[in-house]
Design a protein around this ligand. Structure first.
Ligand code: NAP
Length: 460
């Protein structure tokens, strides 16, 4: 059974769901395709009524939705509430701005006149991960529905209740049948959905392995795709960084969502002068986190999303250590019910150690000591990933120079405020391609059509 909802704080099964039969899947795809025929011609104003209503409902149901998320994947309740409100604001943002982003653009060719217009392309298939069970959905629903496309979504196997709750938001917002459809389907069925001629684009957020598989299939079928994959972001600390400020962001950047964020700070690269002080303060701050029930607002360390996420991560740490890495702290599961892991710091991770190129999706920080800024940049760029990264320095101009030299899709100076509705999000290299959110996000699945015109009496 693909869709099972376990509480990772207790290990108890909450609910399990059957996969859709092929016949049910066909009915849902047919409804989505039928919906597109009218939705594509629905005005922006009328689309915005439904998308705004969905935004309002997310806000109104924030408490209930946040609780479902916390119970299903272990996100601490304050973070869960923040995610629901953020998801609401993404929908509201696109309801307000989509028409402006997709307005015709005048062109001035040498002969005659012309413009570019933007039109929807059809039913888009989204495959989404569990780590932000609503935000990931809002990130595709806001822009793509406002653009006039229709969505069918395969959410992760461990968050079916969140997936169903988000679909219900659309039904309750008055969306026409088929506008937003949650599909409880297997990987095989997902493959067939990618190939289905009614599907015109594929948006995946997930691991590199899933990206390779789904992008290849989309490519074979000549369908556009956007890939938001993993990361191993560098957190660069230069010798003029403000230590207290830096430590706060280091802890937040590594431990938010129990470290299960694609663009979390994962490689801490600190210049020699501050290295010892940074490591000591960072370890102290991580050691002060208290594991507990993620529904309790006082808890500062939640569980990992699933038991397998924990056991995989523990194995990854063991492999790193067996290849010469040194554990400064942590590395074990916490002795209590549920899938909790000790905050962990690894040092001495050398090239050749699998950890050097891996993504640690949980509370595991790799610490690197470097000689200077140049060495920090070189190490930051020595990665197969290219999602985000950050630089800490009191000299913002210097931070900007360093940021420009890091090969990633996003860089943050003296902060790691990853995502906002109006800012493009995404990476390069194995972190994928395309951008979600901002103006760019809504352009992913629209036809940018050139229209050129001349007066009938213009010279030929
Ligand atoms: P995952 O295994 O790739 O799962 C993500 C989604 O893809 C799930 O819905 C999963 O379904 C589905 N999936 C996986 N393999 C598939 C296949 N062969 N065919 C069809 N569907 C498939 O990713 P994860 O490990 O759970 O999530 C964490 C990863 O996502 C990390 O690498 C993280 O960095 C990345 N991520 C990236 C971003 C970004 O914006 N760049 C944001 C968040 C997370 P099942 O659950 O049914 O397997």
């Amino acid at each position: 059974m693909t869709y099972q909802s376990f509480n990772p704080a207790t290990g108890k099964l909450l609910k399990a769901f059957e996969d859709l039969s092929d016949k049910e899947l066909e009915t849902k795809l047919a409804a989505a395709a039928a919906c597109y025929k009218t939705w594509r011609h629905t005005s922006y104003a009328d689309r915005a009524i439904i998308v705004s209503k969905a935004a309002d409902l997310l806000h109104e149901r924030a408490e209930e939705l946040a609780r479902t998320m916390t119970l299903e994947m272990g996100k601490r309740i304050e973070e869960a509430r923040g995610e629901v409100e953020f998801s609401s604001s993404i929908l509201a943002y696109y309801a307000k701005n989509a028409e402006r982003f997709l307005a015709d653009t005048e062109l001035h060719p040498t002969m005659g006149e012309g413009h570019m217009e933007s039109s929807p392309i059809g039913v888009i298939f989204g495959v989404e991960p569990w780590n932000f069970p609503y935000y990931q959905l809002a990130r595709v629903a806001g822009p793509h529905l406002m653009a006039g496309n229709v969505l069918v979504i395969k959410h992760a196997g461990c968050v079916p209740q969140c997936a169903i709750a988000f679909e219900k938001i659309w039904l309750d917002a008055g969306a026409p049948a088929g506008l937003y459809t949650n599909l409880l389907i297997s990987h095989d069925q997902s493959d067939r959905v990618v190939e289905d001629p009614r599907i015109k684009g594929v948006a995946l957020t997930g691991s590199v392995a899933a990206g390779r598989s789904i992008a290849a299939r989309a490519g074979q079928n000549l369908k556009p795709s956007s890939m938001e994959l993993g990361g191993s972001d560098a957190f660069i600390v230069l010798e003029d960084a403000d230590m207290d400020h830096t430590i706060k962001w280091a802890v937040w950047g590594r431990m938010y969502n129990t470290g299960q964020t694609c663009c979390a700070a994962k490689r801490f690269i600190v210049v020699e002068k501050l290295a010892d002080a940074f490591l000591e303060k960072f370890a102290t701050a991580l050691g002060a986190l208290k594991a507990g029930d993620p529904l309790d607002a006082k808890t500062t360390l939640g569980p990992l999303s699933t038991e397998s996420a924990l056991t995989d991560l523990l194995k990854q740490v063991d492999v790193a250590v067996s290849h010469g890495a040194r554990l400064v702290m942590g590395g074990k599961r916490i002795n209590r019910p549920g899938s909790f892991m000790q905050p962990t710091i690894l040092t001495d991770v050398k090239p050749g150690n699998p950890a050097f190129r891996d993504e640690f999706f949980g509370p595991v920080a790799m610490f690197f000591r470097v000689k200077d800024e140049e060495a920090a940049i070189a190490l930051a760029n020595d990665s197969d990933f290219g999602l985000g990264g950050s630089v800490f320095t009191k000299d913002v101009a210097r931070g900007r120079r360093v940021a420009s030299r890091i090969d990633t899709g996003m860089m943050f100076i003296n902060n790691i405020s990853w995502s906002d509705a109006e800012l493009p999000f995404g990476g390069i290299k194995n972190s994928g391609y395309g951008r979600e959110l901002g103006d760019m996000g809504i352009q992913a699945f629209v036809n940018k059509k050139l229209v050129r015109y001349a007066a009938v009496d213009a010279p030929v």
